[in-house]
Design a binder for this molecule. Structure first.
Ligand code: SF4
Ligand code: SF4
Length: 182
């Protein structure tokens, strides 16, 4: 298994379109969302221990960090700031209107390490396993994270291998578009 984050990113970039088609096809692949979640969780459990997140930190650099009021309260306290000060300094909205850190890479990332690890937001604690919860409700998100996270890359590749029948019309259609063949 390739563990170098930069190499995994290059591999993901080359397969981006086909993986996007695969992810969208999961909606009607005949496997229940619950089972797909279980398969993804199992793959992530296998893959994550083989990766060194401190050599990657891609999620902290590229992904929106969604925060809630509990996260803000906890982090403000840890930093000795008022919540209003913390909000003014670090909080904004993304295109979807989610409350997020107002910049990427994350302002708390230093040399690939989290300087606020103990008080970090809940979404940081759950990532990337959070993608294996009701995955069919967020297939575009899953596909986008294929490009961000090497663990998601490998978990999705494993899923694709174990679901060969899921080369559905969407994927075939995408291939036809590329080749121009009917
Ligand atoms: S709070 Fe920490 S774990 Fe979360 S994105 Fe920022 S640096 Fe990464
Ligand atoms: S969770 Fe994924 S994207 Fe984040 S540091 Fe670990 S391997 Fe990289």
């Amino acid at each position: 298994m390739e563990t170098d984050p930069r190499k995994v990113k290059r591999m993901a970039a080359k397969r981006e379109d086909e993986m996007e088609a695969f992810c969208l096809s999961l909606k009607d692949c005949g496997v229940s969302s619950r089972n797909l979640d279980a398969m993804l969780r199992k793959s992530l459990r296998q893959v994550i221990p083989q990766l060194d997140c401190t050599k990657c930190a891609s999620c902290c650099k590229e992904a929106y960090v969604v925060v809630d009021t509990d996260d803000i309260a906890r982090m403000a306290q840890a930093l000795g700031m008022k919540r209003s000060e913390f909000r003014a300094e670090y909080i904004g909205k993304n295109e979807e209107g989610d409350t997020v850190f107002n910049r990427r890479p994350c302002p708390f990332l230093r040399r690939n390490l989290c300087t606020q690890y103990d008080s970090r937001p809940e979404c940081c604690r759950q990532y990337p396993q959070s993608l294996a919860v009701d995955c069919t409700e967020k297939l575009e998100n899953l596909s986008a994270n294929y490009l961000v996270c090497p663990a998601v890359f490998h978990a999705l590749e494993q899923l694709r291998e174990s679901l060969p029948a899921v080369t559905t019309r969407r994927e075939q259609k995408s291939n036809r578009k590329k080749t121009g063949k009917p």
